[in-house]
Design a protein around this ligand. Structure first.
Ligand SMILES: *Cc1c(COP(=O)(O)O)cnc(C)c1O
Length: 388
């Protein structure tokens, strides 16, 4: 049956694509080796440097974020290399599985999925690695399965304090362009990102921001690679071109997204996300429910994962809420499957959209018979009404 009104896509990526970006993407595809393409490619490559906050290198692949993970690994490592990862949640665990599948030796520091990566534990492990067998530390900036943020600058300090030469690789697939990220200031060596979260695009582009050190290092690593090879990108990228067919129409969209982010101002974008995260947590607290992120100060402005009381199915709740209120909420992943649902509040999003989203959640809780107190949406509105 037709549902009137618009669908609310409130999963933590893909986020809803604004009309301006859809229109940009709708332009005719051009010759990616012709003279007009250079301006498109250059703007995208330069523009992404301003989003990553780097003067170093950015590479763009036509792929999902998972491809960006693989690119980061295969360029910087040799077969059998050890990497240290921190289990912030599902995506950190999945990145380590990717590393193992393609022939590296990931060591996953266990986490409880309720906060960000712990720099002191990373430092202790690196200090114990006196022979410097660990070649990289990999951390997820915004863990999309839990709604927790890792302190990336502190992880860098931990590596330096341990006097360890390994690279720092960060997944900011869902953090970039929604929460503060500073590639150069924080001393990150490789940052992986994707198009369909804070960048407000459809899925289909991934990014590697790469430090001069990591790019140089990639010349000596022996992992076989072709599609993902950074060094094949460097030459063509210098004049705005790519070694193979790029995602031309997504690049049109990306250039529009970069303009939109700078028109609003990155700091305002980050403040907007933080405020929507705080308002959402006010709602969760008023409902008498608990967020999965339990560490104060590490709560995400991108999404909020909400735990349901024991014996209640988060997936049944989501199905009912979708059916009655036409809103898609994120599911619980692996360890927390059916135990949590996730509210995405990222991308091209405003106060009224958040109020509609939280109203949908609250009505869904009632419809599904999940024990809660009403007044969560009201609490969020009170938060939004008050200047912060
Ligand atoms: C979405 C996401 C991924 C996976 O990206 P795909 O585009 O689905 O391959 C990886 N890590 C994080 C943190 C994500 O949010």
């Amino acid at each position: 049956m037709r549902q009137a009104g618009r669908h609310f896509l409130q999963i933590p990526g893909p986020s809803a694509v604004p009309d301006r970006i859809l229109q940009a993407i709708g332009q005719q595809t051009i010759d990616h080796r012709g003279p007009d393409f250079a301006a498109v490619g250059k703007k995208a490559l330069e523009g992404m440097k301003s989003i990553f906050k780097t003067d170093q290198n950015v590479f763009i692949f036509p792929s999902s974020g998972t491809g960006g993970w693989e690119a980061a690994l295969v360029n910087t490592l040799s077969p059998g290399d050890k990497v240290l990862m921190f289990e912030t949640g599902h995506f950190a665990a999945l990145w380590s599985k990717t590393a193992r599948k393609i022939g590296f030796e990931p060591e996953l520091l266990e986490g409880d999925w309720r906060g960000g990566a712990e720099p002191d534990r990373i430092e202790a492990r690196l200090r114990a690695d006196t022979r410097h067998e660990i070649k990289a530390v990999c951390v997820v900036h915004n863990e999309t399965s839990t709604g927790s943020v890792s302190p990336i600058a502190e992880v860098r300090k931990a590596i330096d304090a341990a006097g360890h030469p390994c690279l720092l690789m960060v997944d900011s697939i869902s953090g970039l362009a929604s929460i503060d990220f500073r590639f150069d200031d924080w001393g990150v060596d490789v940052c992986v990102s994707g198009s369909q979260k804070g960048l407000m695009l459809p899925p289909g582009l991934s990014f590697n921001a790469v430090s001069a050190k990591a790019l140089e290092h990639a010349k000596t690593t022996t992992m076989p690679r072709s599609y993902w090879d950074w060094h094949d990108m460097v030459g063509p990228n210098a004049t705005g071109y790519f070694p193979y067919t790029p995602g031309t129409n997504l690049l049109y969209g990306l250039n529009e997204a970069i303009d939109m982010l700078h028109e609003e101002g990155l700091d305002n974008v980050f403040a907007r996300h933080a405020r929507h995260g705080a308002a959402t947590r006010a709602a969760v607290q008023a409902w008498g429910l608990e967020t999965l992120c339990a560490r104060q100060g590490q709560e995400s402005g991108v999404l909020t994962a909400v735990m349901l009381p024991d014996g209640h199915s988060a997936d049944a709740f989501r199905a009912t809420t979708l059916k009655h209120y036409d809103i898609s909420l994120g599911n619980g992943l692996s360890k927390v499957a059916d135990k949590v649902f996730r509210i995405g509040h990222l991308g091209d999003f405003n106060d009224l959209m958040l109020m509609a989203t939280l109203s949908g959640v609250e009505m869904g809780l009632a419809k599904t018979g999940i024990p809660h107190q009403s007044g969560g949406a009201q609490a969020a509105m009170e938060y939004l009404k008050t200047p912060h």
